[in-house]
Design a binder for this molecule. Structure first.
Ligand code: NAD
Length: 477
């Protein structure tokens, strides 16, 4: 996203949001600055021979805070990647991990590349070389720095990174824990691909469990029937839109993509739309709805919930006043600039902030890292034992029903549902749901409990900064 005139950069925007919260705290002298600044950013330029010539690529890995190690954060592939962006994203990772109590410091990486311009084999060569440069400096390491997917990268790149690390560290038994978001066959975990979008769904479900919070957004009722606008039908946007429409009764009335937007007031068929985008590269000419060439304007459409799930800075000082959604959930990182945040806050728009809303990804990455370090799939020891204990109860109930004079039976489907022990996917979803509920509660306590805090973002920052400050203090810093 190109900078809008008069708007702070992405990193400055994150710092301004941090400063708003820090001003309400009484941190020991100097600690505020220590937490805010980015510890280090490594820039690497490396060459790869492709298509008969050497191409030079520029990549970054930024470490924002090492109050807890390893540090964690995705690797982004996009032509617009730059140091300011990577540092902003690394800072957000620090606050995000603290908010959801994932035991990591904050980091982020990026490569200036348009992945759509290269074939799969070429991308593998480029990723391998980038990973090599980072691994040899311990900027990818199971105990020090653990990347994950982000915009433009998928489990395919994570598998290459894991393989490159294993080749360079043949005796490291924990090699697989050097990166998360891997495919299942390469040490990944069930539910990681959907995790960030699933987390957005759980965040909204938790928000709608509190009618007084919903009322602050001038909304009422449940998620059922709510009109939703989604920007970006990539990993995060697709899963959030799919689950909200198929499981919670939301109507996804507009989807905004790179080449424009598509509208259907009755609700778009998200799975079919995604198939169309994969086949045709965009939403233009898609028969599922009406096409609008000016996608950015569609952010201003009438709706109940706006989900920016593409990139940063899309809601800025130029369009903030025109945004009609009373509730925005930041599935992307930094979609609302600090200037826009001011405007929206004064308008009364409720924003569920990125450091909470998209923390589902790092939460399930945490589970994957633990799985890799423990070398055992979640549920493997307990599942059948749990089923056997449930079977005992069902057998007993059936015996009582046979022996008793009252004629009663179990509800249809009960036996099948109750007997099923939780596998890895169920456990991951349960752990994610619990995490999203607990993190919301911690923000909510501050939001409702302090008169000087009027928004969820400041509440989230207050919780996170306090936790990071305590970690530094415990270390004697
Ligand atoms: P992705 O590459 O899978 O998807 C991005 C989508 O946005 C694509 O469909 C792309 O076509 C679309 N897009 C790009 N530019 C656009 C524009 N100008 N207008 C409309 N659409 C546009 O990326 P992702 O992994 O889904 O990440 C999206 C956002 O979520 C990023 O901000 C990322 O940092 C954040 N995030 C991702 C994860 C994760 O687990 N992948 C976790 C936390 C946060």
């Amino acid at each position: 996203m190109t900078a809008v005139t008069g708007e702070p950069s992405f990193r400055q925007s994150v710092d301004l949001m941090f400063n708003r919260a820090a001003a309400l705290m009484s941190l020991p002298p100097g600690l505020e600055e220590k937490i805010r600044v980015c510890n280090a950013t490594y820039t690497v330029r490396f060459g790869v021979r492709l298509r008969g010539e050497i191409h030079t690529f520029t990549g970054y890995r930024s470490v924002h805070s090492e109050h807890t190690e390893p540090v964690k954060g995705g690797i982004r592939y996009a032509p617009s990647v730059n140091q300011d962006e990577v540092e902003a994203l690394a800072a957000l990772m620090t606050y995000k991990c603290a908010l959801v109590e994932a035991p990591f410091g904050g980091s982020k990486g990026g490569l200036c590349i348009d992945p759509r311009q290269w074939t799969e084999e070429e991308l593998e060569k480029i990723t391998r070389r980038f990973a090599y440069e980072l691994i040899k400096r311990d900027l990818i390491h199971p105990a020090q720095n653990v990347p994950a997917p982000d915009m433009g990268t998928t489990e395919r790149e994570m598998a290459v990174i894991a393989d490159q690390y294993a080749r360079m560290n043949t005796a490291d038994i924990n090699a697989r824990a050097c990166v998360t978001g891997k495919p299942i066959h390469a040490g990944g975990i069930q539910g990681r691909v959907e995790a960030t979008g699933r987390g957005v769904q759980y965040a909204l479900q938790e928000f709608f469990r509190h009618p007084e919070d919903v009322a602050r957004a001038k909304l009422s009722g449940t998620l059922d029937g709510k009109r939703v606008v989604v920007q970006g039908l990539g990993n995060v946007g697709y899963h959030a839109a799919l689950f909200l429409s198929t499981e919670d009764g939301c109507k996804i009335t507009h989807v905004i993509e790179r080449d424009g937007a598509i509208e259907n007031p009755d609700g778009l068929d998200i799975a079919a739309l995604r198939d169309w985008i994969v086949q045709h590269g965009g939403v233009k000419d898609c028969p599922l709805g009406t096409y609008h060439a000016d996608g950015a304007r569609v952010l201003e459409a009438e709706c109940d919930i706006l989900i920016p799930a593409a990139l940063e800075g899309v809601i800025n000082m130029h369009n903030a006043a025109a945004i009609k959604a009373p509730l925005i959930i930041e599935a992307a990182n930094g979609p609302v600039t600090a200037g826009a945040d001011d405007i929206l806050r004064h308008k009364g728009t409720v924003i569920i902030p990125d450091l909470y809303a998209n923390a589902g990804g790092v939460t399930v990455s945490y589970f994957e890292w633990v799985k890799n370090l423990s070398h055992i799939r979640f549920g493997r020891m307990q599942r059948r034992q749990e089923e056997a204990r449930h079977q005992l109860i069902v057998d007993e109930l059936e015996r009582i029903s046979r022996d008793s004079s009252i004629n009663w039976t179990l509800s249809p489907g009960f036996k099948q549902k109750y007997l099923r022990g939780a596998g890895e996917l169920e456990l991951v979803r349960s752990g994610l749901d619990d995490t999203m509920r607990a993190a919301y509660q911690s923000m909510r306590e501050v939001w409702w409990g302090r008169e000087d805090v009027t928004d969820l973002r400041t509440a989230g920052f207050l919780v996170s900064i306090d936790r990071v400050a305590r970690a530094y203090t415990a270390k004697g810093i």
